[in-house]
Design a protein around this ligand. Structure first.
Ligand SMILES: Nc1ncnc2c1ncn2[C@@H]1O[C@H](COP(=O)(O)OP(=O)(O)OP(=O)(O)O)[C@@H](O)[C@H]1O
Length: 712
C-alpha cells in the first residue's frame, strides 16, 4: 500500500461543517415543522393535529418530579374546548386521535403565543426558544392525558430556564407541537468546530491515523495474551476478528456481511476487554442499535450503564439506564430524599390559592432542584466511573455525563450507518477504536447534494489542491469506508459464516461483493419454506429458494408516478409498475395458498410509488404481510422476500437500481425464499453488476415468464 495522502484536520472539519449546514437546511425545509412559529392560527393548529404533528386544547393538570429530577407534566384535554363527541359517559374530556407518540420531542406553548423567551446557551437554541414554551419528551400517552418530561434529549436534564418555562404553563390554554430532533446535528456541529480549532499537539495518535498523518501500529498479539472465549459457539472468523480487535493498538474494523453475527461477536469482544480491565464505551447511531447490545450484555453480569433519555429507551433496558440507577443504586440514596421533598412541594402548589404563596414555593423548588442537580451529578459521576462498560448513542456520547470520562476503547456498532461527523462525537478523546459494520450495505440517508457542496466548499477557499486532498470526503462517505480506503484491508477482519440465507440466495452477493468468502452455516444452507416449523404444502415455490419472474418483452412497462397520480408532491418523481405489481401479488397469493403465513413474508421495492401501489393491492387482504421500501428494510429479515424492481423502459434506465448497496440489501433479507420480479432486458443494461446479476438469475433461479393477458 502506498503511504496515504494526509488530510489536514481543520480542512476536513470545515468541509464537514459546510456539508452539515447544507444537510440541516435540506432537512428543515423538507420538514413541515419548519412552518411552525409562535403565533399559529387555530386552523393551522388543527391541521397540524390532523396530520399528526401537534396536539391542541391542552391544560397542565399536574406536575411531579420524574427521572433525573425532570418535571413531568400531565396534560389533560381542556374541558372548555372539548366537544361532546370527545367526552366519556361521565363527562370527562378525552383526546381525539393525534400523532404524538412516546419518545417524541415536543414544545408546549400558550395558544395565545405569549410564550416567554426561554434562554439558551447557543444562538440556535435561542432562536428555537423565541418561538415560546419549554421543550420535553413524551413519556406516556393516554385517553385522558399525555405526560411530558421536560428537558430535551441530549440537553442534559432540566435547566433553570426549563423550570421557569413549565411554571408559566399553569392556567393557560396550551398546545404541543412535535419538533425535529436536532440534538444530533448540534452535537456534530460542536464536534467539528472543536476539531477545526485543534492544533497539531492536540491530535491523538488515533486522529493522526484516521487522517492519514501516520499509519496504524502493528497489532500487539503478545500483549493481549491467549484468549479464552466465554462463548463456545463462536466460529473461526468471529474468533479471529476478536483476537485482532484485542491486539490492535489503534484501529480495528469488523466487517460483518448480512447475517454473520456482528453483534454476537461484539458482545464477546466487550467481555474480553472487561476481563482485561479495560474501560469500554460502546456506541451506535440509533437508540435501538445501542439497546440491542445492552439487552444482550446484561445477562453476562457486567456492570453496564446506558446513557440516554429514559423515554427513548427500550423498557427492557431501563434498569441499566443512568437515570434509573441514580434512584435505585446505593449511590442514589442521597438523591432520593430530596426528590421526595420536591414531590411534596409540587403537590402543595395545587392546593395553594394565593399567588404570592405559590411563587414562594416555586422559589423553594428552584433551590431544591439546584441541590438535587448537584447531588445527582456527583452520583452520576460515580456511577459512570464505576462501570466498565458505558453505552450511549453517538450523539449521547457528547453529553455532559461523559465529559471527564476516559475510556481505553471506543466501539461503534453499525458504524457504516453513521455519518462520519457523528462518529467523531465519541472519538475525539479515543486511543483505540473498533468499528463494526458493512460498507457494502446502504450508508445513512443524506438529503442534500453533498458532492456539490463539497466542490463549492473547496472552491470557496480558492485552493485547488484541497479538492484533491479531500477527494472522497462527502457526508455519505462513512468513516468505516474512508479508513478502509486510506489504510487498506489490513485494518479489517471479515466475518464469513452467515446464519440467515439459503446457500443459493447467498451465492450472488457473496461472489460479487464479498470476494466469494461467505459460507452458509449448516443450519441454514438448505432450509426451504416447506421445512418451516408449521405446515406448508410442497409447491414449485415452497421447494425453491430462488425464483425470477422475468417481465421482459415490453408488456410490463413502468410509469412515472406523476403520470398516474396527482400526489406528485408526496411521491416525488417516483416510479411504479402496475403489471409487475400484479405479478408480485400473484406470487404472494401462491405462497399463502401453500400455507406460508403472511407474517413470514415481506414485499419490498426501491420505489415509493410502487410501494403505494402494492399497499393498495395487498395491505387489507393480508394484514400480517410486511410491505416496505428496500432502504427501510435494512437490518431486517424474513422467511420469504419478494422484491419488485419496477424499472422497465425502452431507454434501459435503471435509476435507483444502479446502487449496488441497495440491491445487496434487497437480496440479502430472506432466509428461505427470494423472489425477484423485474425486466431483465432493461436491468441488464444498467451496469456490469446488474448484468452479472441477471445472468446469474437466468442460470440459477427458477425462471418464469409471466403472461400479461393471464393477469388481467
Ligand atoms: N457463532 C454462531 N453460532 C450460531 N449462531 C450464530 C453465531 N453467530 C451469530 N449467530 C446467529 O446469527 C444471527 C445474527 O446474529 P447477530 O444478531 O449477532 O447479527 P448482527 O450482526 O447483529 O446482524 P446482521 O448480521 O444482520 O448485521 C443470530 O440469530 C445469531 O444467534
Amino acid at each position: 500500500m502506498p503511504p496515504p495522502t494526509p488530510i489536514p484536520i481543520p480542512l476536513f472539519a470545515s468541509t464537514q461543517l459546510n456539508l452539515l449546514h447544507e444537510e440541516h437546511a435540506a432537512e428543515v425545509s423538507s420538514s413541515k415543522l419548519a412552518s411552525t412559529a409562535a403565533t399559529v392560527s387555530p386552523s393551522t393548529r388543527r391541521t397540524l393535529q390532523a396530520t399528526g404533528y401537534a396536539l391542541t386544547g391542552l391544560i397542565l393538570s399536574q406536575c411531579r418530579t420524574g427521572l433525573g429530577g425532570r418535571v413531568v407534566g400531565e396534560f389533560a384535554p381542556d374541558p372548555a374546548v372539548t366537544s361532546e363527541e370527545f367526552r366519556s359517559e361521565d363527562g370527562t374530556p378525552r383526546f381525539g386521535s393525534h400523532g404524538l407518540r412516546v419518545g417524541d420531542v415536543v414544545r408546549v406553548s400558550d395558544v395565545a403565543g405569549t410564550g416567554k423567551k426561554v434562554g439558551g446557551k447557543d444562538k440556535e437554541k435561542d432562536k428555537d426558544a423565541e418561538k415560546g414554551g419549554p421543550e420535553g419528551v413524551i413519556t406516556r400517552t393516554g385517553d385522558r392525558a399525555v405526560w411530558i418530561a421536560f428537558g430535551r434529549p441530549g440537553g442534559g436534564g432540566m435547566s433553570k430556564e426549563d423550570d421557569e418555562g413549565v411554571e408559566e404553563l399553569w392556567g393557560k390554554k396550551l398546545w404541543a407541537i412535535k419538533l425535529a430532533n436536532d440534538v444530533t446535528y448540534r452535537r456534530m456541529r460542536q464536534t467539528m468546530e472543536k476539531m477545526e480549532k485543534m492544533t497539531e499537539t492536540d491530535y491523538s495518535h488515533f486522529m493522526r491515523v484516521a487522517f492519514g498523518h501516520t499509519t496504524p501500529l502493528q497489532p500487539d498479539t503478545e500483549a493481549c495474551g491467549s484468549v479464552e472465549f466465554t462463548d463456545p459457539t463462536l466460529n473461526d472468523s468471529q474468533k479471529d476478528a476478536i483476537r485482532f480487535a484485542l491486539a490492535s493498538r489503534d484501529i480495528a474494523l469488523i466487517h460483518g456481511p448480512p447475517g454473520t453475527g456482528k453483534t454476537h461477536t461484539l458482545i464477546e469482544l466487550i467481555l474480553q476487554f472487561v476481563q482485561r480491565k479495560k474501560r469500554v464505551l460502546v456506541c451506535g447511531p440509533s437508540n435501538v442499535s445501542v439497546d440491542n447490545i445492552v439487552e444482550r450484555l446484561a445477562p453476562k453480569k457486567v456492570p453496564v450503564v446506558r446513557i440516554g433519555h429514559p423515554a427513548r429507551l427500550l423498557p427492557s433496558v431501563l434498569e441499566h439506564s443512568l437515570e434509573v440507577l441514580t434512584q435505585t443504586s446505593d449511590a442514589g440514596g442521597i438523591v432520593k430524599d430530596i426528590r421526595k421533598e420536591m414531590d411534596e412541594k409540587q403537590a402543595s402548589i395545587r392546593k395553594t390559592r394565593s399567588g404570592r404563596e405559590r411563587r414562594g414555593i416555586y422559589d423553594e423548588l428552584k433551590l431544591l432542584r439546584k441541590e438535587f442537580r448537584q447531588r445527582e451529578s456527583k452520583c452520576v459521576d460515580n456511577l459512570v466511573r464505576e462501570s466498565s462498560v458505558v453505552l450511549a448513542t453517538l450523539h449521547g456520547a457528547g453529553g455532559h455525563q461523559l465529559k471527564n470520562q476516559k475510556f481505553d476503547v471506543v466501539i461503534i456498532d453499525e458504524a457504516s450507518q453513521a455519518l462520519e461527523a457523528q462518529c467523531w462525537i465519541s472519538l475525539l478523546g479515543a486511543e483505540k477504536v473498533v468499528l463494526a459494520g458493512d460498507h457494502l450495505q446502504l450508508p445513512p440517508t443524506v438529503k442534500s447534494a453533498g458532492q456539490k457542496s463539497k466542490d463549492e466548499a473547496s472552491k470557496g477557499k480558492g485552493e485547488k489542491s484541497d479538492a484533491e486532498t479531500l477527494r472522497g470526503v462527502s457526508l455519505e462517505r462513512t468513516l468505516f469506508d474512508r479508513l478502509l480506503a486510506l489504510h487498506g484491508p489490513g485494518i479489517k477482519r471479515m466475518l464469513t459464516t452467515q446464519y440467515r440465507m439459503h446457500e443459493t440466495i447467498m451465492r450472488f452477493p457473496s461472489d460479487e461483493l464479498y470476494e466469494g468468502k461467505l459460507i452458509a452455516s449448516d443450519a441454514v444452507k438448505s432450509r426451504l419454506l416447506i421445512d418451516l416449523p408449521y405446515e406448508v404444502e410442497g409447491t414449485d415455490d415452497t421447494q425453491e429458494p430462488l425464483v425470477f419472474w422475468d417481465t421482459q418483452g415490453g408488456d410490463f412497462p413502468e410509469k412515472a408516478e406523476d403520470e398516474i397520480s396527482k400526489k406528485g408532491a408526496l411521491l416525488g418523481d417516483s416510479k411504479s409498475n402496475e403489471m409487475e405489481a400484479m405479478v408480485v401479488a400473484r406470487h404472494v397469493d401462491n405462497l399463502i395458498d401453500a400455507g406460508v403465513r403472511p407474517e413470514s413474508i415481506a414485499v419490498i421495492t426501491p420505489y415509493n410509488g410502487q410501494l403505494a401501489l402494492l399497499s393498495r393491492m395487498l395491505r387489507e387482504k393480508y394484514p400480517g404481510l410486511e410491505l416496505g421500501s428496500v432502504d427501510g428494510f435494512q437490518g431486517r429479515e424474513k422467511e420469504a422476500v419478494v422484491v419488485s424492481l419496477v424499472r422497465s423502459n425502452a431507454e434501459h434506465e435503471v435509476g435507483f437500481l444502479g446502487e449496488k448497496r441497495r440491491l445487496n440489501v434487497a437480496m440479502t433479507r430472506p432466509k428461505r425464499h427470494l423472489c425477484i420480479c423485474g425486466d431483465s432486458e432493461t436491468i441488464s443494461h444498467g451496469s456490469d453488476f446488474l448484468k452479472h446479476w441477471m445472468d446469474f438469475l437466468e442460470e440459477n433461479a427458477d425462471l418464469r415468464y409471466p403472461d400479461a393477458g393471464d393477469l388481467l
